[in-house]
Design a protein around this ligand. Structure first.
Ligand code: ATP
Length: 264
């Protein structure tokens, strides 16, 4: 799916994950990525590889560098070393907006909708690079998935609940049919029912053949939704592997999953 084509979020609309997973080419690859803030090392040799229709979860304590990974991949930060590839193309010289055009979009932490603009205007912002005639179809696909946004399309985004604003932020990222979505803590601060809805959306994005890199405070839910996980500590990937293996790893459970048991 090229940028500019609205995503079809209907279950089963795209290629299903599984089966030929290992033979599919990677959508996004990071190799030996390094980042510094002044004298402080923020990322040290981060590597990851995500294929279409895969969800990868990035876990780690506060300050481990998770958001820095996402911002480095999306181009908001320039790495001090290493390579980031989208569909095999090196992104070093590709600006943020051109990464978006190519299908690499980030949903930042904190929803970041423009509260003074209407729901529809926010979605139009997400479709800034789509030919004008194609925008209504792109918006309709999002409204079909998120009927509450259709109902509220003329209202200021600031009047929506926290959960609705998160759906709007995700909808704005999906509006042009991305190849990969970087989701930063999408369930943060939301009621349990809304968290369920967020994870349902992640599953649907995956089923539609789009890749997801998910940073989540709720590590257990994230791994349950994921194909693969990474644990980041002090800017380094200290553990990675299939999500079901990490869910059963006693060290991962003790360090990151134990507290979640109280929530389930
Ligand atoms: P959290 O879960 O708290 O969001 P995180 O794992 O996403 O944490 P980052 O936000 O990536 O962590 O931060 C990693 C480290 O880099 C932290 O020590 C943070 O203080 C530092 N840092 C992040 N952004 C900047 C910046 N723009 N300038 C300087 N230091 C930064």
């Amino acid at each position: 799916m090229g940028s500019g084509d609205p995503i079809d979020l209907a279950p089963g609309a795209g290629r299903r994950p599984g089966g030929a997973t290992a033979t599919r080419p990677a959508v996004l690859t990071a190799r030996d990525v390094h980042m510094r803030f002044g004298g402080a090392k923020a990322l040290n040799g981060v590597a990851l590889e995500i294929r279409s229709g895969e969800v990868h979860a990035l876990l780690g304590a506060n300050g481990a560098g998770k958001t820095t990974v996402l911002r480095t991949l999306s181009g908001l930060l320039t790495p001090r070393g290493g390579r980031v590839l989208l569909d095999g193309d090196d992104l070093a010289a590709v600006r943020v907006e051109d990464r978006v055009r190519r299908g690499l979009v980030q949903v930042p932490e904190g929803r970041s909708v423009v509260t003074e603009l209407t729901v529809e205007e926010n979605l139009q912002l997400g479709a800034w690079h789509v030919a004008r005639g194609r925008v209504p179809g792109a918006l309709d696909a999002v409204y079909a998935r998120f009927p509450i946004l259709a109902e509220r399309r003329g209202l200021p985004a600031g009047s929506l609940s926290g959960g609705e604003q998160q759906m709007l932020a995700i909808g704005r990222a999906l509006v042009t049919g991305p190849r990969i979505v970087l989701l930063d803590e999408p369930s943060m601060g939301l009621a349990p029912k809304v968290v369920d809805e967020v994870f349902a959306v992640v599953r649907e994005i995956r089923a539609a053949g789009t890749a997801v890199l998910l940073v989540e405070q709720n590590a257990r839910r994230a791994l349950e939704a994921a194909d693969h996980g990474y644990v980041l500590a002090r800017g380094e990937v200290v553990t990675s592997g299939p999500a079901d293996r990490l869910l059963a790893d006693p060290e991962v459970v003790a360090a990151y999953l134990g507290l979640d048991d109280r929530d389930v």
